[in-house]
Design a protein around this ligand. Structure first.
Ligand SMILES: NC(=O)c1ccc[n+]([C@@H]2O[C@H](COP(=O)([O-])OP(=O)(O)OC[C@H]3O[C@@H](n4cnc5c(N)ncnc54)[C@H](O)[C@@H]3O)[C@@H](O)[C@H]2O)c1
Length: 332
């Protein structure tokens, strides 16, 4: 474990507890929290019994005053790029919640900031740290022949009304794809390879009175070597079904369901011991391991594996899906 460094966090909403617990478990010290709503930072300080932590409402002031070793970005999607750029510009290491950003222009902003920075940028795709996902990744290193991913969940009007940024193009940057289904699509491309083309359809089938972005999406992805995989995602279901991925190999088929179940040619693998979950079940248990790995990489001056290059892949896929409108488009 690395020696304790001073870490700050921006955005004290639903996901912040996973980061606070992960930072402390990784042996780091939290020096400051920032939220535009002062009561949110205060609530987090009390809930997690943090000592000697300063609360800020202006993240720029916090970064300049505190000069933390690293900052965790847990704010609404449209703010990630400017916050990453600001911190990288000050050579502060960044762990950014997904999605890394919501447009190609924002990707360019992050690339510019990263190229002039001595700091590392990590993206929080914690599902890659789930034991089943690691096993799936290892089992597919000899090549895959295709597959599909399904995310069929329920998000209701109360969810979209719970914060002004949800369900908007300018602040959330999309709907089910850029928020809920991003993790599963990231795993599909991690396992099957980064596609070159996509043909996609998006729709607001059920929740058009409370959201302007898509609640449903489907896509056909094609990789350079001809491998095809399919994707279907919706938040218009009547309940949350387990996420499902099926991947075809030369020697059979792997099925993975909701981080819990893994079969290969119908043979069940031992269920992984996944440790304590913090927050919603579907967030999984990967935050703690990812955060620990992030600080180990920083301490040993090793590149963190989910860097800008890895974190942007799923963004490029989703932005291409949004551009597609039923036509085959190149992923740029
Ligand atoms: N990795 C995962 O599984 C996972 C799960 C849930 C959420 N997330 C991501 O975490 C991020 C936050 O989601 P959430 O559900 O916690 O949202 P939330 O709305 O509950 O919390 C966001 C917080 O950011 C604050 N904020 C807004 N603008 C700010 C600013 N300019 N400066 C400082 N604070 C500001 C808000 O007041 C709010 O407290 C999103 O990117 C979301 O997609 C990831």
């Amino acid at each position: 474990m690395s020696s304790a460094k001073r870490v700050a966090l921006i955005g004290c909403g639903a996901i912040c507890g996973n980061h606070i617990k992960g930072i402390l478990a990784a042996g780091q010290t939290i020096c400051a929290l920032c939220d535009v709503l002062p009561e949110k930072a205060q609530q987090a300080i009390e809930k997690y019994q943090l000592k000697n932590v300063r609360a800020y409402t202006d993240y720029r002031e916090m970064l300049k005053t505190e000069k933390p070793y690293a900052v965790h970005i847990c704010t609404p999607h449209y703010l990630h790029a400017e916050m990453c750029a600001e911190a990288l510009g000050l050579d502060i290491h960044v762990l950014c919640e997904k999605p890394l950003c919501i447009s190609n222009e924002q990707l360019e902003t992050i690339h510019r900031a990263k190229s002039g920075s001595r700091a590392q940028l990590g993206v929080c795709h914690q599902n890659r740290y789930e034991p089943n996902m690691r096993r799936l990744y290892e089992m597919t290193r000899n090549g895959v022949r295709g597959g599909f991913g399904n995310v069929v969940w329920k998000r209701d009007a109360a969810y979209y009304n719970s914060a002004e940024w949800r369900g908007t193009w300018n602040m959330e940057g999309g709907g089910v794809m850029i928020n809920q289904a991003l993790h599963t699509l990231d795993i599909m491309q991690w396992v099957c390879g980064m596609p070159k083309y996509v043909t996609a359809h998006i729709a607001t089938d059920h929740l058009s009175d409370v959201m302007e972005t898509e609640d449903t999406a489907m896509a056909r992805f094609t990789c350079e070597d001809g491998t095809v995989f399919h994707f279907y995602a919706t938040v218009s279901a009547e309940t949350d079904f387990p996420v499902l991925m099926r991947v075809r190999l030369a020697s059979g088929e792997i099925v993975e369901a909701e981080n819990d179940l893994l079969t290969c040619n119908n043979a069940l693998f031992e269920r992984p011991d996944r440790g304590e979950a913090v927050g919603k079940r579907e967030w999984g248990t990967g935050h703690r391991e990812l955060i620990e790995d992030f600080y180990n990489c920083l301490a040993t001056d090793t590149p963190f594996p989910i860097d800008l290059c890895e974190g942007e892949k799923v963004i490029r896929l989703i932005l291409a899906m949004y551009r597609s409108k039923g036509e085959r488009v190149a992923i740029i």
